[in-house]
Write a protein that binds this ligand. Structure first.
Ligand code: SF4
Length: 435
């Protein structure tokens, strides 16, 4: 029996797109993980629709599709086309789990929650011809002895970096209003046994990798144990972490010593009021500069993430954020327009306040305004976003930040040039328009 697992495309976003040469950023683990828990009697193929056209005449018995909110129009189109050919379609993922009824207009069945718990039951039912409309994971899955994702099913040539990605933990101990992590993975922060993680890394064909975890230091004791085991492997890696990393000198030192070369940190806002309102008050805006200094002193590059359009933001937020990035010598930064993803507190609040103005999921890629902000117009928010992105990645500003230290400069410049490519796709607005 043939199972075709499809990653749809996001038509409009700046993130996760395929380059002109058909290359993707890094490996997403969701479909390789599903493939790994699929019984051996199935012939499994993974198709990345971002890079390859979908063949609707292909001989397949079942199609599985997952994707982020912005991928949904593409996901639904693919599902509709297969179903028109009489092929059954099952869908899952964060968006589908939040909007199962919507997904069921396009799919024969949906998976709600973590697929590991119900996938095999869904396949058994499919074989018997009794596949249900929905399979709900009633609890969170155990992270012991997790299946190793079937990376062998991916076309490795289509990834720019070539490095592997893996997961050591799931969830986040925090619960920021706009984030889907806690609404999907629950409040419980779960960890894989360190020996399982190390075994998976030892099987890699390269010494560099990325932990896709939402917060690799979510449980500091576990993180320290993991980092200690990484030291003898002489690897280099990066991950996402909360800024609490900087508060624990031992953790920070082990992060660096174990090969942690860069860290994605969600600073989100320089306004403490914003942080508190979104339940991220433990991020202390006042302490950001000190934290950045400490992380840099440990030899770790910082990729900061900032969100615009929060209720306390007015149009000065763009220039203030840009100045902060330049002043702190932040190695790179990602910018996002606040986006009310279904399933989040932000979605519920904005919905209740009647402030969601666009429900085209294709625009939910954090680069387009889909809601009515409080402190500025939608145009000011959209243009400010373009402005800060373009200005952060001018050659002059890239060099200013990258020259902060000779150590790792090649890596930093490469990283910045990657972001610059995204920035160049955005309209250019003169600096004075934001001051
Ligand atoms: S700290 Fe990051 S991953 Fe955790 S809930 Fe907040 S935004 Fe999400």
């Amino acid at each position: 029996m043939k199972l075709l697992l499809i990653l749809p495309k996001s038509e409009r976003g700046y993130w996760g797109q395929i380059s002109r040469k058909g290359k993707a950023g890094f490996i997403r683990l969701n479909l390789p993980t599903i493939a790994a828990i699929t019984p051996g009697e199935w012939d499994v193929e993974i198709l990345d629709a971002r890079a390859k056209p979908v063949d609707y005449n292909a001989k397949v018995d079942l199609v599985g599709i997952t994707g982020f909110t912005a991928d949904m129009p593409s996901a639904y189109e693919i599902a509709d086309n297969f179903r028109a050919k009489g092929v059954k379609v099952i869908m899952g993922g964060v968006h589908v789990s939040a909007m199962p009824d919507e997904a069921l207009e396009h799919a024969d069945s949906v998976i709600i929650g973590e697929a590991e718990l119900v996938w095999q039951k869904a396949l058994e039912d499919f074989k018997k011809g009794v596949m249900k409309r929905g399979y709900k994971a009633e609890h969170l899955c155990e992270m012991k002895s997790m299946a190793i994702p079937r990376r062998d099913l991916l076309d490795r040539k289509m990834f720019v970096t070539g490095f592997n990605s893996l997961q050591a933990t799931r969830g986040c101990p925090f619960n920021c209003d706009y984030c889907t992590v806690t609404s999907f993975f629950g409040h419980e922060f779960r960890v894989r046994p360190v020996e399982d993680v190390i075994k998976e890394i030892k099987g890699f064909d390269r010494k560099d990798f990325f932990f896709v975890d939402d917060n690799i230091v979510g449980r500091p004791r576990y993180a320290k144990e993991l980092f200690k085991e990484l030291i003898p492997l002489k690897v280099t890696w990066g991950s996402q972490a909360s800024i609490t990393l900087a508060k624990d000198p031992e953790l920070l030192n082990l992060y660096a010593k174990s090969g942690g070369k860069y860290v994605f940190i969600g600073f989100e806002s320089l306004s403490q009021k914003n942080l508190e309102k979104m339940h991220k008050g433990w991020n202390s805006a006042k302490g950001y500069k000190e934290a950045i200094k400490k992380i840099h002193a440990a030899g770790i590059n910082i990729l900061g993430s900032f969100v615009f359009g929060l209720d306390e933001d007015d149009k000065t937020v763009f220039k203030n954020t840009f100045d902060f990035i330049m002043e702190t010598g932040m190695d790179a930064a990602q910018f996002h327009i606040l986006t009310p993803f279904p399933g989040t507190v932000t979605y519920n609040v904005l919905e209740k306040e009647g402030r969601i103005i666009d429900r085209d999921w294709a625009k939910y890629h954090t680069g387009e305004v889909v809601f009515q902000p409080k402190g500025m117009t939608t145009d000011e928010l959209q243009n400010g976003y373009y402005w800060v992105f373009r200005n952060t990645y001018t050659i002059k500003n890239i060099l200013k930040r990258c020259l902060r230290s000779p150590k790792g400069i090649t890596y930093r410049i490469g990283l910045n040039l990657g972001y610059r490519k995204k920035a160049l796709r955005m309209p250019y607005l003169h600096l004075t328009s934001q001051t």
